[in-house]
Design a protein. Structure first.
Length: 115
């Protein structure tokens, strides 16, 4: 049974940082790309960052230079380090893995950037 459990969200002031973690289980973590998505109120869910099994990363233009995705295959964990946060980063952040034709999601973690 695939499980993705996010943690690390919260309230942060503009310019601050947060570190999101996703603990994965139920599949062979090291051979799959992992992604972070986010969904702001009233908006569609959007891709934030992806890391391949080999560690290649890709980012949405809106977060390039501020966010860093990484993975620890020994711990089956993917991390999203978010720096220089702005109110526009406020959203629920989801961990994602695609296995074949199936997409799996975590429960999401709320990130709120506000003064």
């Amino acid at each position: 049974q695939v499980q993705l459990v996010e943690s690390g969200g919260g309230l942060v002031q503009p310019g601050g940082s947060l570190r999101l973690s996703c603990a994965a289980s139920g599949f062979i973590f090291r051979v799959h790309a992992m992604s972070w998505y986010r969904q702001a109120p009233g908006k569609q869910r959007e891709l934030v960052a992806t890391i391949t099994k080999d560690g290649t990363t890709n980012y949405a233009d809106s977060v390039k230079g501020r966010f860093t995705i990484s993975r620890d295959n020994a711990k089956n964990t993917v991390v999203l380090q978010m720096n220089s946060l702005t109110p526009e980063d406020t959203a629920v952040y989801y961990c994602n893995v695609q296995l074949g034709i199936s997409n799996y999601w975590g429960q999401g973690t709320q990130v709120t950037v506000s003064s």
